[in-house]
Design a protein around this ligand. Structure first.
Ligand code: SAM
Length: 246
């Protein structure tokens, strides 16, 4: 383990993971990078402004989001070329994971710039590791497309994959997704990881039909990661009912 760290390196792009709901999850290193960088490229400067305010950090920000990634990537590259230390953050979690980041990282790598990861919260990893499903082999899909036909085709294609499947889904489509899983993977175990790291965090486990029955009784709000077992057997043993683990 490093005990004393060198100052930030000029001309480096730092990918800084930020909390996904619990501010205690910020790392010491993330705070140091945010304090010592020259500029923060943020997905949403207002959201990141709140985070910075909480940690009493004052730093210039530029917005960097999905629809201006190309233009902003060029701008970030010129800053790196000038020797600036740039921290990239998204609204929550790890940049580049179903979030902006990939394009500027690719451009920076292609231009021979240094890119460093400042690891921390990621909803995928938090959900998968506490799900009780196998973690040795998994396939992360991110968000499925919105159109029903394309969603269905993608799910059908995933039947071939033996490991755990992991998806991000909006609370507005969670019931729709469970219906689709019930058609494509009726015998598999599904884990809904809801509101991770927050006050109402819970893991709901069961077959798609059992979880559908549960959401019919209880409207589920908040943020979700959805995991689907690669095999029909329940790894935890208790297959009978949707298991609500607080
Ligand atoms: N880059 C982020 C990460 O590292 O996890 C993901 C960003 S993506 C735009 C947002 C999605 O991540 C949400 O719709 C949800 O599926 C998942 N997510 C983020 N925070 C979560 C939380 N606290 N609990 C459950 N899922 C979460």
């Amino acid at each position: 383990m490093e005990r004393t760290l060198p100052p930030l390196a000029p001309g480096t792009l730092y990918l800084v993971a930020t909390p996904i709901g619990n501010l205690e999850d910020i790392t010491f290193r993330a705070l140091r990078v945010l304090r010592e960088c020259d500029v923060i490229a943020a997905e949403d400067t207002r959201r990141t402004g709140q985070l910075l305010k909480h940690f009493e950090i004052s730093k210039p920000m530029v917005s960097y989001f999905q629809f201006n990634e190309a233009k902003r990537s060029e701008e970030i590259l010129s800053r790196l070329e000038r020797g600036e230390k740039v921290a990239l953050v998204t609204d929550a979690g790890t940049p580049g994971i179903s979030d902006p980041g990939e394009r500027v990282v690719r451009a920076a790598v292609a231009a021979g710039r240094r890119v460093e990861s400042v690891p921390g919260p990621c909803a995928l990893v938090a959900a998968l590791t506490a799900s009780g499903l196998p973690t040795d082999e998994f396939h992360f899909i991110g968000f499925l497309p919105h159109k029903s036909g394309r969603r269905r085709n993608q799910l059908e294609a995933l039947k071939q994959f033996a490991g755990t499947l992991a998806l991000y889904e909006s609370p507005y489509r969670i019931e729709k997704l469970l219906g689709e899983l019930n058609e494509v993977f009726p015998g598999r175990t599904v884990v809904l990881a809801r509101e991770l790291t927050k006050k109402f965090e819970e893991f709901l486990r069961g077959k798609p039909a059992e979880l559908l029955a549960l959401v019919a009784k209880r409207s589920l709000k908040g943020e979700f990661v959805v995991l689907v077992s690669g095999e029909e057997e329940l790894p935890t043993g208790d297959a009978g009912h949707a298991d609500e683990t607080p």
